[in-house]
Design a binder for this molecule. Structure first.
Ligand SMILES: NC(=O)c1ccc[n+]([C@@H]2O[C@H](COP(=O)([O-])OP(=O)(O)OC[C@H]3O[C@@H](n4cnc5c(N)ncnc54)[C@H](OP(=O)(O)O)[C@@H]3O)[C@@H](O)[C@H]2O)c1
Length: 285
């Protein structure tokens, strides 16, 4: 692999016929303090990680109003991400000091949050605005309608969903063009395989969150280690390369607070696995 990793080596995904992003993105949740609450110990270092990601060709960055809350969006703005990358943010979860994530996606709240996120990111239009999680206390159609209206009104360019089923994706697509779906998915967890397949069929981007299983790659660990050895790569790079090879619509967003880990992760963009290696990993979970 070359010395300077290049996110562009992962190939691109076209969000709408006009907006193309490199398929190796960056997840900005880990820029916050412990438990994804408050500031990190070193804000300069957090901004440095973002700056390095942009330098390595990352042009797709995922965040949410609830990361910090507010901290991740603010740091992205301070690091210049909204100028150089498509920034995908989200609304639909409340936080408190206990670290809990509480679904809250009634239309009034979503309409409030889009204004907050626009200001924090320093943009007139949010590139990709995602419903973070369906709210059991709000009809799903009402939450989606709020996102659709925000798109019609020009507050956001694209609408995405997160933590949804195939049925919810289908329901939402009757109300609005859905650009992306973001669900928990990695080499060790295929619970949302059906959602990935639905995204492939519809040409919708699939953003696998926890792409590194937040460090626990379970039963897939043994083949990952063998394949990593064959390529002189790391297991995490192979896990990311598997996501890129699994489908043309995947947009992995590995999250890190470390420049070294960032370089390792972006380095996976140029790791090509053979059909046999992809199959061994697919069969491992
Ligand atoms: N939509 C949702 O509900 C949802 C939920 C969770 C996450 N997300 C999004 O998905 C993104 C990715 O998820 P994630 O950050 O939770 O999980 P992840 O990418 O699977 O793993 C991140 C964890 O692995 C560590 N790590 C990353 N690269 C590493 C490397 N090369 N070597 C060793 N350790 C490494 C990180 O620690 P270090 O900081 O030490 O590198 C961090 O603890 C988030 O940033 C967020 O944007 C969305």
């Amino acid at each position: 692999m070359s010395k300077t990793p290049d996110a562009g080596a992962a190939g691109t995904f076209d969000l709408d016929g006009e907006t193309t992003v490199n398929r190796m993105g960056f997840g900005a949740m880990r820029l916050c303090g412990e438990g994804i609450i408050g500031r990190p110990d070193d804000e300069d270092e957090a901004r440095e990680v973002v700056g390095h990601a942009l330098d390595l060709g990352v042009d797709f960055v995922d965040t949410a109003d609830s990361y910090g809350p507010g901290v991740s969006e603010r740091l992205l703005r301070e690091a210049g991400a909204p100028e150089d990358a498509v920034v995908a943010t989200k609304a639909g979860l409340l936080r408190d000091d206990s670290g809990e994530w509480k679904p809250h996606a009634d239309p009034d709240y979503v309409r409030n949050q889009v204004l907050v996120s626009k200001d924090r990111l320093g943009v007139d239009t949010i590139d990709l605005y995602q419903l973070h999680r369906p709210d059991p206390d709000t009809p799903f159609a009402d939450s989606v309608a709020a996102f659709a209206e925000l798109k019609d009104e020009g507050h956001v360019s694209h609408v995405g969903l997160s933590n949804v089923s195939v049925e919810q994706l289908d329901e939402a697509r009757e109300q609005v063009d859905v650009a992306t779906v973001q669900n928990d998915y990695n080499v060790a967890n295929r619970e949302h395989e059906d959602v990935l397949e639905a995204c492939e069929d519809a040409g919708v981007g699939f953003i696998p969150y926890f792409p590194l299983a937040a460090g626990d790659l379970g039963d897939a660990a043994a083949p990952l280690a063998e394949i990593a050895d064959e390529h002189d790569a790391t297991e995490r790079q192979v896990a990311l390369a598997w996501l890129l090879g699994r489908s043309d619509v995947t947009l992995p967003i590995p999250g890190t607070s470390s420049v070294d880990h960032l370089k390792e992760n972006v380095g996976a963009a140029e790791l090509e696995l053979s059909d046999d290696e992809l199959a061994r990993l697919t069969d491992a979970a």
